[in-house]
Design a protein around this ligand. Sequence first.
Ligand code: NAD
Ligand code: ZN
Length: 572
Amino acid sequence: MDDMTPPTRIILTGFSGTGKSAVGPLVAKQLGWAFVDTDDIVEKHVGKRILQIFADDGEQAFRDFESDALREACSRETTVISTGGGAVLRADNRRLLAESGFIVCLEAWPETIYQRLTDRADTQPLDRPLLAGDDPLGRIRELEYSRAHLYALCDWSVHTDGLSIDQVVDEVVRAYHEHGEQSLAAPGRVDAIATTQATVPAGTLHIVPEEGACIVRTSSREYPVFTGWGTLGELGKRLREANLTRFAYVISDETVWHHLGDEVEKSLRSAEIDFDVFTVPPGEASKSLEHASDIYDWLIEHRAERGHAVVAVGGGVVTDLGGYVAATFARGLPLVHVPTSMLGMVDAAIGGKVAVNHPNAKNMIGMFHQPRFVLEDVATLRTLPVREIKSGLAEAIKHGLIEDASYLDFLEQNADAILKLDRNATVEAVRRSVAIKAAVVGEDEFETTGRRSTLNYGHTLAHAIESTTGYARFRHGEADGIGMMAAASMAVRMGLLSPEVMERQRRILDRYGLPTHADGLDRDRLLVAVALDKKVQGKKMRWVLLEDIGRTVIRDDVPPEIVDAALDDVLH
Ligand SMILES: NC(=O)c1ccc[n+]([C@@H]2O[C@H](COP(=O)([O-])OP(=O)(O)OC[C@H]3O[C@@H](n4cnc5c(N)ncnc54)[C@H](O)[C@@H]3O)[C@@H](O)[C@H]2O)c1
Ligand SMILES: [Zn+2]
């Protein structure tokens, strides 16, 4: 399409119940254009109702048919095209739509959508599953929310709440005349719309450049992670967007609250969200059933109920404790993570594992409970002690080693900037790390296929090091550094990994001030602790090993003499 010629197609998108199919033909009539609905094309081509296609062939097959139908529709001129609400999920579709015409999103509040879908006599087949569960409104909210970042990319939005169909039609026609030509001429528009990652296979995540949100897609929930600089003040607004406005139970630790409490309170107040705050002492000891129990007492006093949210503001201790309470109280309260430590941002707040410690077994009492969203303000790290920053970065380095060579390059090249918390470099480091963890977790939410276990690279020995030293001598990431070096040494000795890659790993750990060996550790106690670790299946020790940067393998056949030799390599 040439610059500055009026578009010859109007594409209507938006959630079910926003009125696309009713509005489309009327817009076409006003303009004297044709109208086509891509769902109709699909049904005609396949010869089945859409719900039947979903049932017989699955959503992916439907999406393939839909992509074909979009191509066909976009080959027609002077046409209003109404698309299914999920058409924007695929990047290829978005590119095609962006190249073909003026994209208008019809929006509506979840309540409006719910009302319209339930009022409608001829509920569309596809909407029935949406309405079928025990909390249809909640489901609509969630789905709409998970797609909001995509709908936001459209050229124009019409908020349909409270408008009649004719008023919506007028709005669309007006927007087309006043903005159509200009919108399409905006430089970089097609790429901006298309390259926001949103291809759908489970486990991928979507980065929205403007907001730095990545969407974590798991089988139980989809949610955004907003990573930015100076964004803590958006907490109230984000809660509103997520419809978590009734009451916020903020859980934090005393140190974090001392630094950030005022800002959090201010944000909640300005969004007119009622809240109360519960703080625990800083440190691992707070991740206990006793503290959880104190929080339950507090929630009962406040008559907390299911629509109320738990907001965990703090490091990994607080996200795990707050998450555990949210998962268990009243069979589950909505949870929001606001991680404030490096480890919390790149690791603990992503993936839905929540837990408290048993006196004899760390993280043993826990479950999976995914948050509604995660808000990461990287600027909050400015008050975090540098040792904690380095420790958290061990997980980021691990993410590069196991998944993404280009991320490892980035961490190598920007080490100085990141350690100084340079704004751009650090935000990018955190975002990319979040993206990697989110992708892995999305593919194996409940750690059943082995995929998620690769995140345990270096951790088998690290946990043993931490427990045999009473969690006092090393920060978690420091123990990881030693554990990753032992794993690398095993892999080299087994002929899986080149010594050069092991040296590269050592150099980057060094560069970030993380230990690669340690003296004074008791080898026999370490081996007993490794054998007790939950990553041991049967009698065999299982190790996550590296074959190259970005390539892991899980092995339970590492010969004892190689384990011994690898321990020799790091225990000095
Ligand atoms: N659920 C998971 O998937 C997962 C993953 C990794 C780690 N974890 C858990 O995370 C915990 C460790 O997390 P952590 O290292 O963040 O520990 P932490 O929560 O104890 O935080 C470390 C210290 O930093 C302080 N702090 C946090 N944010 C601060 C800020 N912005 N300014 C100043 N001080 C700040 C805390 O008060 C604390 O003293 C462990 O319990 C571990 O089991 C969980
Ligand atoms: Zn870890």
